[in-house]
Design a protein around this ligand. Structure first.
Ligand code: NAX
Length: 324
């Protein structure tokens, strides 16, 4: 399988590529070809990463390409991990950030639709990842060919962060926790919802039984975890973000026996306008993902979902002109 990774010279790239090449994402029997995209000024650093990949002598690594041309990077790709993005610079407003990234993701969405495998699966990690995925999808739809449902944003890091906080609170092993959901935008507005979560048949909500902890500790801790890591490490999350990307794609391709949170283009379920890339619970089987529908949304949850939806609607409005 051909896997395109953008931002290959960056810190997430450095945590991601070795795990893809070792078979952790697509299976221990699946050879992979890595197609690495980065900016012209980062090509030398990409070459260095490729030298290290060679030095691992991974049995599954069947080839590598480095390029600054999206048409080359996405050629016949089966999976595209869009990690590279424009970071927020000093004095940059959120609207400027959205526009700068809009320029990148319209080009990349078009290049994917024109060059990749028709069944390509695309996961956007680069922030703001939901809206970047929305933009790439909109550009891809204009070309046709690829499946518009397959343009995802990454909410899996928030999902995994929520699981580890709940494991610590309940004293239950993280592997015992099932049916976690994170609704909405990959931003502090996301709503990590453990109302359906179970541990060995017990309701996690009943085990926690502490609304104040949910509202005042859990949600802010998960929502602001990225900022807490920057504060502690002096750099943003990288290994955990790469791990979440691996989890998202592995479950999508190989299946999962648990619910997984994916940022997927809405089909209108849960009152989310069509096309907005929103974190929802999914089941993965036979290489396909399916949104889990019909979950009860209580008043508190609806309030939280409305806040994160409003943020995404504002982001959509800010990029609307670029997509005409
Ligand atoms: P780095 O700054 O270390 O690396 C980014 C790389 O992307 C650089 O090599 C840069 O040259 C490249 N790049 C920039 N524009 C590009 C373009 N148009 N085409 C190809 N390559 C391009 O950032 P890193 O720490 O790796 O983070 C990458 C992105 O992930 C950021 O946008 C970051 O905000 C986002 N994150 C998303 C997370 C999520 O859960 N969705 C969590 C972690 C992370 O914050």
């Amino acid at each position: 399988m051909r896997v395109a990774v953008t931002g290959a010279a960056g810190q997430i790239g450095y945590s991601l590529l070795f795990r893809i090449a070792s078979g952790e994402m697509l299976g221990k029997d699946q050879p992979v070809i890595l197609q690495l995209l980065d900016l012209p000024q980062a090509q030398k650093a990409v070459k260095g990463v490729m030298m290290e990949l060679e030095d691992c002598a991974f049995p599954l690594l069947a080839g590598m390409v480095a390029t600054d041309d999206p048409n080359v990077a996405f050629k016949d790709a089966d999976v595209c991990l869009l990690v590279g993005a424009r970071p927020r610079g000093p004095g940059m407003e959120r609207a400027d950030l959205l526009t700068a990234n809009g320029a990148i993701f319209t080009v990349q969405g078009k290049a994917i639709a024109e060059n990749a495998n028709e069944n390509v699966r695309v996961l956007v990690v680069g922030n703001p990842c939901n809206t970047n995925a929305y933009i790439a999808r909109a550009a891809a739809i204009k070309v046709g060919r690829t499946n518009p449902d397959n343009y995802h944003g990454m909410l899996r890091l928030d999902h995994n962060r929520a699981l580890s906080q709940l494991a610590a609170k309940t004293g239950r092993p993280v592997a015992s926790l099932k049916k976690m959901v994170v609704w909405g935008n990959h931003s502090p507005s996301m709503y990590a919802d453990y109302r359906f979560c179970e541990s060995n048949g017990d309701s996690v909500k009943a085990l926690v039984n502490d609304h104040a902890w949910n509202n005042d500790v859990f949600l802010p801790t998960v929502g602001k975890r990225g900022a807490a890591i920057i504060e502690a490490r002096g750099l943003s999350s990288a290994a955990s973000a790469a791990n979440a990307a691996i989890d998202h794609v592995r479950d999508w391709v190989l299946g999962s026996d648990d619910w997984v949170t994916m940022g997927v283009p809405s089909d209108g379920s849960y009152g989310i306008p069509e096309g907005i890339v929103f974190g929802v619970p999914c089941e993965c089987k036979d290489g396909q993902f399916k949104v889990i529908k019909g979950l009860e949304i209580d008043e508190y949850s609806q309030g939280k979902i409305s806040i994160t939806l409003k943020e995404l609607e504002d982001e959509r409005a800010a990029v609307a002109d670029m997509l005409k």
